[in-house]
Write a new protein. Structure first.
Length: 83
């Protein structure tokens, strides 16, 4: 497990995420949670799904920025802001 707090590399809102692997979504960091606005619970969360990495999520060691990840959300605890 990676240690350290989560933050963005540029001080902006989270970028590089998608629910469908086609269009980007913006999010925010709240403590140890990533928050993404959604009207319904998505099945997946993609990070850096494009052939080039644009994500800005890092931990205190500067890791995570260039990883390409896909999480199946029904197997993870997720909190969603309902629109």
């Amino acid at each position: 497990m990676l240690s350290g707090g989560l933050e963005t590399s540029d001080g902006e809102t989270l970028s590089g995420f998608s629910f469908d692997g086609k269009s980007g979504i913006k999010g925010e960091i709240a403590g140890k949670k990533l928050i993404f606005p959604s009207s319904e619970k998505p099945e997946y969360l993609f990070y850096n799904w494009q052939p080039y990495a644009i994500g800005n999520l890092i931990n205190s060691e500067g890791l995570l920025k260039h990883l390409h990840l896909k999480w199946r959300l029904n197997k993870l605890f997720c909190a969603f802001n309902q629109l």
